[in-house]
Design a protein around this ligand. Structure first.
Ligand SMILES: [Zn+2]
Ligand SMILES: [Zn+2]
Length: 387
């Protein structure tokens, strides 16, 4: 049967490649993926599956019922693009100012390919497969939007399998970690409110520029003094805005930053300490500080048992020695919201191409040979879980 599945997937290779290219040409930003979602719905319909659109804004869900009863497997792909002007010179390059610079076009092609193959194998399926097309991963929020839209009460699942194409892993290999894959990712905003005034008469003002400078300096001790040395933690301030003229003390300064950690405890520590330091340093200097969480995703930590099982399936597809453990990466992904609710796994599917730039680069591209590999792993995972 294993070879039969390999052949079925191989027959879909042209479909996978041309669909990926079509989707690559129409990249849309998070929660604006209307054209993309419409294409997903029509591809699902062509595969004989009815779907429900507009879940969590622009998300799409389809269900494949096997011929016999059994458990439910959820498969997920993210569908959004980035505000990057494409510079690849591919003939299917985007011209709309956005770009699939992370590989989500490949994720959609793989999941739709798996839906097409599995739809032909209904008689071998005991249970259900739920196909989830999630919007707005890059801006963190699509997963929670779908969950808030009752995704799991309407479509409960027992197991969750998902993947991300990964340019740091050679094509033909798959990273399946037994634990941490990606870090948590939070955005924070610190607003320092003072009292504006004349730059020559600072005693009549409360200077938020000085307070902001001290908050940023003091916050450098959060990771160095409060996160255990054997744990990874990051607190980076990437933006600071305030002021209009050299001789005017502004009313307020806004600082924005990002927080990363591989374990929930590190994330909680950095967020709580950054807030404490900002508010107390700000107060010491007479300013008033508000601390806001702009967005957030927990760390992506695979369920070890599910990872073990999927590693076995992936080994059947790519061969002994080609399923590897990958060092955790400090990027984030809100797939964590699913894996925290359903025992699940996030694979890093090798997709590297010689001289290709990294994810999010304007010249990013990946090796399309990975599409059939990802599809075969999804299909075999479904058939094995629902046998
Ligand atoms: Zn990305
Ligand atoms: Zn991505």
């Amino acid at each position: 049967m294993s070879n039969e599945i390999h052949d079925l997937v191989s027959q879909e290779n042209d479909y996978l490649v041309s669909l990926r290219r079509d989707l690559h040409a129409i990249p849309e930003l998070g929660f604006q993926e209307t054209q993309t979602a419409a294409r997903i719905v029509s591809e699902l319909a062509a595969a004989g599956l009815t779907s429900q659109a507009e879940i969590g804004g622009t998300g799409v869900v389809a269900v494949l019922e096997g011929e016999r009863p059994g458990p439910t497997l959820m498969l997920r792909a993210d569908i959004d693009a980035l505000p990057v002007e494409e510079l690849t010179a591919l003939d299917f390059a985007s011209t709309n100012g956005n770009m699939h610079a992370c590989g989500h076009d490949g994720h959609m092609a793989i999941l739709l390919g798996a839906a097409r193959v599995l739809a032909q194998l209904r008689s071998q399926i005991a249970g259900k497969v739920i196909f989830v097309f999630q919007p707005a991963e890059e801006i963190v929020g699509g997963a929670l939007a779908m969950l808030d839209d009752q995704l799991l009460s309407n479509y409960p699942a027992d197991k969750f399998v998902s993947l991300h194409l990964w340019n740091q892993v050679p094509t033909g290999q798959v990273g399946v970690n037994r634990g941490t894959v990606f870090a948590s990712a939070d955005g924070i905003r610190i607003t320092v409110k003072g009292r504006g005034g004349h730059g020559a008469m600072p005693h009549m003002a409360i200077d938020p520029v000085v307070a902001a400078a001290q908050i940023i300096s003091a916050a450098q001790t959060v990771v160095s003094r409060e996160v255990p040395p054997n744990e990874m933690g990051v607190l980076t301030f990437g933006q600071i805005h305030g002021g209009v003229a050299p001789n005017v003390i502004p009313d307020e300064v806004v600082i924005e930053g990002t927080v990363r950690g591989y374990i929930p405890e590190t994330r909680d520590t950095i967020l709580a300490s950054a807030e404490r330091v900002a508010k107390s340093v700000g107060a010491a200097l007479g300013s008033e500080v508000t601390f806001e969480l702009l967005y957030g995703a927990p760390p992506v930590i695979n369920d070890p048992e599910t990872a073990e099982w999927v590693a076995g399936i992936a080994t059947e597809v790519v061969g002994d020695g080609n399923v590897i453990e990958v060092d955790p990466v400090s990027v984030g992904d809100d797939v964590a919201e699913f894996i925290n609710r359903i025992p699940g796994v996030y694979m890093l599917l090798g997709a590297s191409k010689p001289d290709a730039e990294n994810h999010h680069n304007a010249k990013f591209d990946f090796d399309e040979a990975c599409l059939a590999i990802g599809t075969e792993i999804f299909v075999k995972s479904a058939l094995d879980f629902l046998k």
